[in-house]
Design a protein around this ligand. Structure first.
Ligand SMILES: C[S@@+](CC[C@H](N)C(=O)[O-])C[C@H]1O[C@@H](n2cnc3c(N)ncnc32)[C@H](O)[C@@H]1O
Length: 252
């Protein structure tokens, strides 16, 4: 807001009346549960700073671990094909492109409002020298989505909407994250069921799938992947707080 670094803030002599009033207004918005990232317009994710605001899901620190797992699966691959289903701000897709040289990444987003943010962030990263990420408007459950990549994808990663309908969420989430980013039907897994079909079609034999989920889905999501068939090495992973957070599997 003042255009100062944190260290500069400590040593600045004076704050103008106008800036003080603006700071008070921002503080009042935060007290009214507007997410901090909407007030600053920025969200940190791994090595990136992404533009966020009304209409797009604010990327969460937990998802950084899913990105880390995805990058570990790609280690050593020269030109892996990667698809991020439900890209939002582009956190996963753009981090993978930034951190794995040569990755050919496609970011799919179904919300016409959110995809404006995906496109904006992808263009901003390309301007900074990152490899281009293809941004595609589409439904991750569409049986024709990315049909040209059938059986050709090395890794599918997704942080899909997974909150069970009617679950209580903080006001920052309920009032400011887009509904399409959150709600996943009675057990939270409605979109995941369609995403599994898409992932199984896109992945090559030996390709990897990683899906983030809610705390209470650490048993149900791996069970769904096993029941789908065609996947091996199904595993669930905790986040840094020790809560079940994402499921991974290898296409058989
Ligand atoms: C929880 S947010 C995750 C966004 C981003 N990947 C992240 O981790 O910060 C889920 C995203 O999936 C998108 N989405 C929901 N249903 C979709 C569908 N059927 N097809 C494509 N995108 C979808 C939402 O609009 C939202 O941007």
């Amino acid at each position: 807001m003042l255009g100062l670094s944190r260290a500069g803030l400590l040593t600045t002599a004076e704050v103008s009346t106008a800036d003080a009033a603006r700071f008070a207004a921002l503080t009042a918005q935060r007290a009214d549960r507007v997410p901090l990232q909407h007030l600053t317009g920025r969200a940190a994710f791994r090595y990136l700073e992404l533009a966020v605001g009304p209409g797009v899901f604010v990327p969460r620190p937990e998802t950084e671990q899913l990105a880390g797992w995805a990058l570990s699966r790609l280690a050593g691959a020269t030109a892996p094909v990667v698809v991020d289903l439900g890209a939002g701000s582009g956190a996963l897709a753009l981090s993978i492109a930034h951190e794995h040289a040569g990755a050919r990444v496609t970011a799919v987003e179904g919300d016409p409002g959110a995809i404006e943010w995906t496109r904006h962030n992808a263009a901003a990263r390309a301007t900074l020298g990152d490899p281009p990420v293809e941004v595609l408007e589409g439904d991750m459950t569409d049986p024709r989505l990315l049909a040209d990549l059938d059986g050709a994808v090395d890794l599918v990663v997704s942080n899909p909407p997974y909150v069970p309908d009617g679950a209580r969420v903080p006001r920052e989430v309920a009032d400011h994250d887009p509904p399409l980013a959150l709600w996943g039907g009675p057990d939270g897994l409605d979109v995941v069921r369609g995403l599994l079909v898409t992932a199984a079609r896109l992945l090559k034999s030996g390709g990897w799938l990683g899906i983030e989920h809610a705390d209470q889905q650490g048993g149900s999501l791996p069970a769904l992947v096993r029941a789908h068939g065609g996947f091996a090495d199904v595993q669930d992973h905790p986040d840094l707080a020790g809560r079940p957070r994402f499921t991974t599997a290898r296409r058989g």
